[in-house]
Design a protein around this ligand. Structure first.
Ligand code: 1GP
Length: 251
């Protein structure tokens, strides 16, 4: 449970992490090399790899390439049970606790359990919460589940609390990739203050200021995908902003 322990310890210390999301459908090897170089130079903490749809078939290849090029841990962030690769370091074992679609709460887990177990990956049970991001995102459509309204902080809070008490080791609140409206700091603050486990925040974060404010509000890990696909040089500024919120300032 190496990565989970690292994340839990960082939360205790108030140390923030930056995760770059890589969708294997959207990058070729030269682009990946560029991202890896920028990530290494900027001190990126994690790569999350996955997507709502993985159309191409190079998940393994993509992860093997990252692992051969650098020491940044790779966590699978699967959009479907087929997105398991034994080359990763860990799997965010997502249960969509914000929705009421039993398939994504437990059904797909049952079907893929033998395969997941056999992978030998570090499995991190993750309460996955989709928050309304202002317009339908791929995740809100594909999941066939209603996202939590963006201003319903108490629903988010109670969902996260229930997830943690059910044994989830991480809570991941996501406005969806490319969300028009990222999750509010008020919601992050409210949830973070009432849970003990690490809180991951992603979806529609496009500038370093928002990454910084999210961390100040209590996010432990900031995930950015789209904005970096558009402008990879953002990695450096985002990373610097997140690192500013450190041990000294506290959460
Ligand atoms: C999506 O949280 C991630 O699941 C990241 O979202 O692509 O909008 O950065 P973006």
């Amino acid at each position: 449970h190496k990565l989970y322990h690292q994340l839990a310890e960082r939360r205790q210390l108030g140390r923030k992490s930056f995760a770059v999301l890589i969708d294997p459908d959207k990058v070729d090897i030269p682009q990946l090399d560029k991202l890896i170089a920028l990530a290494v130079n900027s001190g990126v903490d994690y790569f999350f790899v996955g997507g709502s749809l993985v159309i191409t078939n190079h998940l393994d290849e993509c992860i093997q390439h990252i692992k051969a090029s650098c020491d940044i841990p790779v966590l699978l962030f699967p959009g479907s049970p087929s997105q398991v690769s034994r080359y990763a370091d860990a799997l965010l074992y997502l249960s969509l606790i914000s929705g009421r679609n039993p398939e994504l709460l437990i059904g797909q887990h049952v079907l893929s359990a033998p395969m997941v177990k056999k992978s030998g990956l570090e499995i991190i049970p993750t309460g996955y919460m989709v928050i309304d991001g202002g317009a339908p995102t791929t995740v809100s459509y594909i999941s066939n589940a209603t996202p939590i309204p963006s201003d319903k902080n108490d629903i988010a809070l109670c969902t996260a609390m229930a997830g943690e008490m059910l044994g989830m080791k991480l809570i991941y609140m996501d406005a969806g990739s490319g969300a028009k409206r990222p999750i509010s700091e008020t919601m992050i603050e409210r949830v973070s203050a009432h849970i003990d486990c690490p809180l991951i925040i992603g979806g529609g974060i496009v500038n370093p200021e928002k990454a910084y404010l999210n961390c100040k509000a209590g996010a432990d890990v900031i995930v950015v995908g789209n904005a970096i696909e558009k402008d990879p040089s953002l990695i450096k500024e985002m990373s610097a902003a997140i690192r500013q919120v450190g041990v000294v300032e506290g959460r």
